[in-house]
Design a protein around this ligand. Structure first.
Ligand SMILES: [Fe+2]
Length: 427
């Protein structure tokens, strides 16, 4: 008989949060033993925002030697991860300070990994494309400074990338990839356009709702050793705390933050929600909307989102996830209806009188209402997808076992096709 899990684990990195946190990068780097620092960022951030320069100046003031790598690719690939690794290896650095969104922070994680523990690229990659070998040990220090409020990448041990040979987004995931320290400075919200803020902000909701509704840790097989316990261990009392509060803060602040660049309370609140959600899902995992998003982003190459005009055409991560979310939650609600209702209530919906069998619809409605208010695209059809693409989308999502196994309700490829169909148009 299968023995079920009885223990959950909390892995968390250090966090400093508040206006001015970026100014502490120099002292923090010295504390972590860094003298030669690689500062990772992307060219847009380096040219159009003050943050990489501010952090570089702070590091220099603290006596660190700094070399800037501004060639991080937005929506990175295996090739761009390796290019960054080459840069890191060539400089004999003590660690990385990353200033950017999820792409920048994830690229820093990968560069530290492959520089510290060289291996064929697919060795550390998630199944089914990689060998899922565990990261052998701790990595050199990494201070992550997010410039968007959504990915939570500053608090997770996950590096997302496009595996080009397989035309799919996948990940490298291990606890040792977590940054040593996150410096989260809400001042960066002022340089986010409404489009970037909306896209990354909705990722907060999906992280938190997927984390809260993930198949719980106690319904899983107990691993043979404690070291084999995955970070995606399922919903647990610790991740529930951060998830619910992130949904509540996001529900209160996201639309305000998108509509008004001067609404500092809303933008700061959203930034904290993103951090909470990152800590939560980094210890529980996400499921269907994220599994589906990797197919959406992998197949669509002609869409340009508001706020991302400087990039080549692509679907920003947050949009590729949340457009699937209402349809996915209608499907998963029957497995844990009360949890779906809790999420609808945390989003601000009035759930008095809503029956448990209506929980999926209630959550989908609450989320869709916010998406309309924030001017998000009306479903996958707005990205150019139609009925003809449903088979390919379902096939792509079906190859994400790491995420699908986290779903509270088992899902087949045929069911994924139907869920995608329900995501074509949202209103
Ligand atoms: Fe995400």
């Amino acid at each position: 008989m299968t023995e079920l899990e009885t223990v959950f684990a909390v892995h968390s990195n250090s966090v400093r949060f508040g206006p001015g946190a970026l100014a502490e990068a120099g002292d923090a780097a010295r504390d972590l033993g860094m003298r030669r620092v690689a500062l990772f960022t992307d060219s847009h951030l380096a040219n159009a925002t003050p943050w990489p320069d501010e952090v570089r100046a702070g590091l220099a003031k603290a006596g660190c030697e700094v070399a800037v790598y501004a060639d991080v690719r937005v929506e990175p690939t295996d090739a761009s991860f390796m290019a960054a690794t080459d840069f890191y290896k060539s400089g004999r650095f003590d660690g990385i300070v990353s200033v950017g969104g999820g792409s920048v922070m994830d690229t820093a994680k990968a560069a530290l990994l492959y520089a510290a523990y060289p291996a064929p690229f697919h060795d550390y990659v998630a199944a089914p494309y990689g060998r899922v070998l565990p990261v052998p040990g701790p990595l050199p220090p990494h201070i992550a400074c997010p410039t968007t409020s959504g990915t939570g990448a500053e608090c997770t041990g996950i590096a997302v990338f496009d595996f080009e040979a397989n035309a799919i987004k996948t990940v490298i995931a291990h606890k040792w990839l977590k940054p040593s320290l996150a410096l989260i400075d809400p001042r960066v919200a002022a340089t986010m356009t409404p489009g970037v803020l909306a896209s990354s902000g909705f990722d907060v909701f999906t992280h938190a709702i997927e984390s809260y509704t993930a198949k719980p840790y106690f319904e899983r097989e107990r691993p043979k050793t404690s070291a084999a316990r995955p970070m995606s261990q399922g919903a647990n009392p610790w991740s529930d705390l951060g998830s619910l509060e992130a949904i509540r803060l996001g529900g209160r602040y996201l639309v305000r933050a998108v509509k008004d660049r001067q609404d500092h309370e809303a933008r700061e609140g959203l930034m904290f929600a993103a951090t909470l959600a990152g800590i939560a899902f980094g210890n529980s995992g996400v499921h269907l909307p994220h599994a589906m998003s990797y197919a959406v982003a992998g197949l669509c190459h002609s869409y340009t989102a508001s706020g991302y005009e400087q990039n080549r055409p692509m679907v920003p991560h947050g949009i590729s996830v949340v457009l699937n979310a209402p349809s996915a939650f209608r499907f998963t609600a029957s497995a844990c209806p009360q949890r779906h209702l809790d999420c609808a209530a945390a989003l601000g919906a009035d759930i008095s009188g809503v029956k448990l069998e209506e929980a999926g619809e209630a959550l989908a409605d609450a989320l869709t209402k916010l998406m309309r208010q924030a001017d998000l695209p009306n479903g996958l059809a707005a990205l150019g997808y139609g009925e003809k693409d449903l088979d390919a989308l379902a096939k792509g999502a079906a190859t994400q076992p790491r995420l699908l196994n986290n779903s509270p309700r088992p899902v087949t490829e045929a069911e994924l096709r139907e869920i995608f169909k329900g995501a074509l148009r949202l209103w």
